[in-house]
Design a protein around this ligand. Structure first.
Ligand code: AMP
Length: 443
C-alpha cells in the first residue's frame, strides 16, 4: 500500500464506494449512491445478480473473514466509503475493524449494534433512558419463564434475546402458546441467540418504521415507512422478512413526529452518548402507535428491508454525502434531505413456499418494465453459467414505484409485476391496503 493511497482516504473523495451485503436493501443503496456524480464506482461484497444491472456497480468475490485479503483489496481499490448493510457483520464488529484500518465506515460498531443483537440489552437501555416501550422480564430458564407467564393476567410476547433472522419472536394468543414459545426457544433451536429470553407485555396498535442517519452526536430523519411482515393478504399467516412497504407513512403527522423525536429519538441519542457509544450509522426505530402514545417495539442497527428499497427512490443524489458525513461525525443536523414530492410503494415477489421451505434455480423472465419511476431490486437472484437470471432465495425481487398518490403507485407496481414471471412466483395483492383508497372501495 502506498502512502498516497492511504492518505487519499482522508480527503473528501467519494469516487469509490463499497457496500457490504447481498440483498434487495444493498441493491437499492447502490442504486441511490451511484446517482451522485462524484461517485465513479460502487463495489458490492458480494451483491447478487441484480447488482450487475445497476449503473457503475461491480461485485467482488471475497471472504469477509479473510481480513488481510479484505484490507489489501480495499486499499488497492482506493475505497473512499464503506456502507455495511446487514446486522450480522455489524454485530461481529466489522465496522470497528475497518475503522481501525482508517476507512470511513457507515455502520455502528459492535457496541452500537447491541441495540439489535441483544433484545434484553435494548430493553434495559430503554428503561435507563425512560423511553416508552412494553414492560419486560429477562429470563434464563424455562422454569423462570413459566413462573412469570403463569402469574401474568395476559399472554406474554416471547423473544429470543439474540439475532434470529426475524424468526425468534412469538406473539401468542394464550398463556399456553406463550409457554410453547418459551419451550421452543429454550430447546436450543436458536443456538446461543436463545440462551436468554425476553418476555414482554403485549401491546397493540399500527406499526411504523422511523429511520435516522446518525453521526454519533447528531442525526437526520429519513421519510417514514410502513411494511407488511405477514405472508398472506389481510396481514395473515407467519412473519416473513417483509412482503412490501410504502413510504411515507401518512399515519405519522408532523406533530406526531415531533412527539416521537422528543420521547424516543432524542433520548436514544442521549443515552448512547451517556454510555459512550459513538454510533455512526442507521438507527431504525420499529414503533407501535398505541392508545397511550408511540412505543418502541425494537431497534435495528441497519436499514429495514424492504423499507430501504421503498425509501431510496424518494431521496436526491446527496444521500451518499450524508452517509459520508455520518461516517466522519460531521453532520450539522440541519441538512435537509431533498425528498421527492411523490410517494413510493414496494411489492416483494417470493418463491413458492417461503417463509418455509422453497426451491430455487427457476429462470426469471422480465418483460417490458416502465423506465420512469419504477425499479426492480433483486433480493435473491443468481446468474446461470450461460448468463440466465435465476431465482436464488425466498424473497426473489421487489418492484418499487413512485407516483403522486398511493393508488397510482400500486396500480403501476402491479402492472409492472405482471411483466415478471418465474415458476412459483408469489406476491400479495394488497400491499399498502391502509393507504389505497381504490382497494378499500373494492372490499
Ligand atoms: P420484533 O422482531 O421485536 O420487531 O418483533 C416482530 C413483530 O412482533 C413486531 O413487528 C410486532 O408485530 C410483534 N411484536 C413484538 N413485540 C411485541 C409486543 N410487545 N406486543 C405486541 N406485538 C409485538
Amino acid at each position: 500500500m502506498s502512502i498516497n493511497s492511504k492518505s487519499s482516504r482522508f480527503l473528501n473523495r467519494l469516487e469509490n464506494i463499497l457496500i457490504i451485503g447481498n440483498g434487495g436493501r444493498e441493491n437499492s443503496l447502490a442504486w441511490a449512491i451511484q446517482k451522485n456524480e462524484l461517485v465513479n464506482k460502487v463495489y458490492l461484497i458480494p451483491g447478487n445478480a441484480g447488482s450487475e444491472r445497476i449503473n457503475k456497480c461491480e461485485r467482488i468475490n471475497i471472504d469477509l473473514n479473510n481480513k488481510n485479503e479484505l484490507v489489501e483489496k480495499l486499499e488497492f481499490l482506493k475505497i473512499d466509503l464503506i456502507v455495511i448493510g446487514p446486522e450480522i457483520p455489524l454485530a461481529n464488529g466489522l465496522a470497528d475493524f475497518l475503522r481501525k484500518k482508517a476507512f470511513k465506515v457507515f455502520g455502528p460498531g459492535k457496541d452500537g449494534a447491541k441495540l439489535e443483537y441483544s433484545k434484553s440489552w435494548a430493553k434495559e437501555f430503554m428503561r435507563d433512558a425512560g423511553i416508552p416501550t412494553a414492560s419486560f422480564w429477562k429470563v434464563n430458564s424455562l422454569e423462570e419463564a413459566k413462573k412469570i407467564i403463569h402469574s401474568s393476567s395476559v399472554p406474554l410476547v416471547v423473544k429470543a434475546d439474540g439475532l434470529a433472522s426475524g424468526k425468534g419472536v412469538f406473539v401468542p394468543e394464550s398463556k399456553e402458546e406463550s409457554i410453547k414459545a418459551a419451550e421452543s426457544i429454550f430447546s436450543g433451536k436458536f443456538g446461543k441467540s436463545g440462551e436468554m429470553v425476553v418476555l414482554e407485555e403485549k401491546i397493540q396498535g399500527p406499526e411504523v418504521s422511523v429511520f435516522t442517519l446518525c453521526d454519533g452526536k447528531k442525526y437526520i430523519l429519513l421519510p417514514t415507512a410502513q411494511d407488511h411482515k405477514r405472508i398472506y393478504e389481510k396481514d395473515k399467516g407467519p412473519n416473513t422478512g417483509g412482503m412490501g412497504a410504502y413510504s411515507p407513512a401518512p399515519l405519522i403527522t408532523k406533530d406526531y413526529l415531533d412527539e416521537i423525536i422528543q420521547k424516543i429519538i432524542q433520548p436514544t441519542i442521549d443515552e448512547l452518548n451517556k454510555k459512550n457509544i459513538n454510533y455512526k450509522g442507521v438507527i431504525y426505530f420499529g414503533l407501535m402507535i398505541t392508545k397511550s402514545g408511540p412505543k418502541v417495539i425494537e431497534y435495528n442497527c441497519r436499514f429495514g428491508d424492504p423499507e430501504c428499497q421503498t425509501i431510496m427512490p424518494l431521496l436526491d443524489q446527496n444521500f451518499v454525502l450524508l452517509l459520508e458525513k455520518c461516517s466522519m461525525g460531521k453532520l450539522t443536523g440541519d441538512e435537509i434531505i431533498d425528498t421527492s414530492d411523490k410517494v413510493s410503494g414496494c411489492v416483494v415477489a417470493t418463491s413458492k413456499g417461503y417463509p418455509n421451505e422453497y426451491k430455487t434455480g427457476f429462470p426469471i423472465k422480465i418483460g417490458k418494465i416502465d423506465s420512469d419511476n419504477c425499479q426492480i431490486f433483486d433480493s435473491g437472484t443468481t446468474l446461470s453459467k450461460n448468463g440466465k437470471l435465476l431465482t436464488d432465495g425466498g424473497r426473489v425481487l421487489s418492484i418499487v414505484c413512485q407516483e403522486k398518490d398511493f393508488d397510482m403507485v400500486f396500480e403501476k407496481a402491479y402492472k409492472n409485476l405482471k411483466e415478471i414471471n418465474f415458476d412459483g412466483i408469489y406476491f400479495r395483492n394488497d400491499i399498502g391496503h391502509q393507504v389505497r383508497k381504490n382497494l378499500s372501495k373494492k372490499n
